[in-house]
Design a protein around this ligand. Structure first.
Ligand SMILES: [Zn+2]
Length: 419
């Protein structure tokens, strides 16, 4: 350790801390599941059978142990690209493949992306066709899985290519201020993507049709009148062609605002529960959670570009993370590889904000519909999706974007009492 550079020491220390935190939290979470294994938690005892509870525990333990394997593999990949010289090797092989500079540059980014995608493919396949299959969630076919991968690659090339070329142009033209121009450009692009996502990007992967349910037509109309949300923004997505997991989400900006129900969720919930979930999603819209999320991501984007600028100008930073190449594209790739290690420690902060938003949306739903409907909806959601019923609290505080079911249910019960 003595003759390692300062940045190498920092990098390895953070890596060590991250591994310790992840394994410690996993251990806590497994313990919490096992501790509660004997009896079904009281909130769920009326909706879940002994058999379903066993399956739930088995699913969650399987996922945790699989996650650990994926993490270990990714750790080796990170070390291989950085300290073990993988990026230097990639640069040496590709930086002069053609006579045209920008093609070589794009080729480096593209190859890096493809190699990572191929490396993670076996894990994705195992997750979908072994684990999810075993627990009855996999609905995808090999063909659909493959076309999804190809579409994903084409889409990221179409979106990523111009972004990379813009950043490279700024970098070369304005070495001191490129990061400000890049930030403005990418932020604008990100806004455009949020705007286009519901109507242009999501339909590449799924079919959407307006939500129609005769049983709850009047309830939905009452809710929409009360909240002022437009009916034309409520859709059902054919999620069941890939997975049995149910969900609902709110997306888009301005006139493109959309609430999307997975068709799988509609099958899992009773009509009244659907109305209360709809109210929860409208709550996200009313409380401007998308806009706040975008604002926060802009702050992060701005900081990232500024820090990237500093890192590019510090050869100690680059060599300390295992890169000797002075080639700009690989330097950018290196930074994009190692920054997430440092930002990992901000995970609990972002999840704290997300959980706060969930509480707000729940409160909105409790106010506009019946809290008890949302409670039974949540119970159903966790039952059918084998969500962890007894997560460790510290684990959940660190990783979870949604509060544990039991916490949300208690929160809703308290709101119900107040009303
Ligand atoms: Zn929510």
């Amino acid at each position: 350790m003595a003759n390692l550079s300062l940045y190498t020491k920092i990098f390895l220390s953070f890596l060590g801390m991250k591994i310790i935190i992840q394994n410690y939290l996993d251990l806590r979470n497994v313990r919490s599941i096992l501790k509660n294994k004997k009896s079904i938690p009281p909130e769920f005892s009326t909706v879940i059978t002994e058999e379903e509870y066993k399956k739930n525990i088995s699913y969650n333990l399987t996922k945790i142990s699989f996650g650990k394997k994926v993490r270990t593999f990714n750790l080796f990949i990170l070390l291989a690209w950085t300290m073990l010289g993988g990026l230097d090797l990639l640069t040496a092989k590709l930086y002069s493949v053609t006579k045209t500079l920008w093609i070589n540059e794009l080729l480096i980014f593209f190859s890096f992306g493809i190699i990572n995608q191929v490396l993670s493919l076996p894990f994705d396949i195992y997750n979908q066709f072994v684990i999810e299959e075993k627990f009855g969630f996999n609905k995808s076919t090999h063909k659909l899985f493959f076309t999804d991968q190809v579409k994903g690659i084409i889409l990221s090339a179409l979106i990523g290519g111009p972004i990379i070329m813009a950043i490279m142009t700024f970098l070369k033209t304005y070495p001191e201020t490129w990061w400000v121009y890049s930030f403005i450009t990418i932020a604008a692009f990100q806004l455009l993507l949020v705007y286009l996502y519901p109507t242009v990007i999501a339909p590449l992967f799924n079919k959407f049709k307006p939500l129609e349910n005769e049983n709850i037509e009047t309830e939905i109309k009452v809710l929409l009148d009360k909240t002022g949300f437009e009916a034309k923004g409520i859709f059902v997505m054919d999620a069941s062609k890939r997975s049995g997991h149910g969900n609902a989400y709110f997306t888009g900006l301005g006139k493109q605002k959309r609430i999307v129900f997975f068709d799988t969720l509609l099958d899992q919930l009773a009509p009244k529960e659907i109305v209360s979930v709809l109210a929860h999603e409208i709550g996200h819209s009313k409380k401007n959670h998308i806009l706040k999320g975008i604002a926060l991501s802009f702050v992060m984007l701005f900081l990232s570009f500024y820090l990237t600028h500093l890192a590019l100008n510090s050869s100690a930073f680059l060599t300390g993370h295992g890169l000797n190449s002075i080639y700009l594209p690989t330097q950018l790739i290196l930074i994009s590889l190692v920054f997430p290690l440092y930002s990992f420690f901000l995970t609990p902060f972002f999840n704290f904000i997300s959980r706060k938003n969930e509480f707000e949306a729940d409160e909105y739903a409790a106010k506009t519909t019946n809290a008890n409907d949302l409670i039974s909806g949540l119970l159903n959601l966790y039952k059918h999706n084998l969500g962890n019923l007894t997560p460790d609290q510290i684990y959940s505080n660190f990783y979870h974007s949604h509060p544990p079911a039991a916490v949300r249910i208690n929160h809703l019960r308290n709101l119900e009492k107040k009303n």
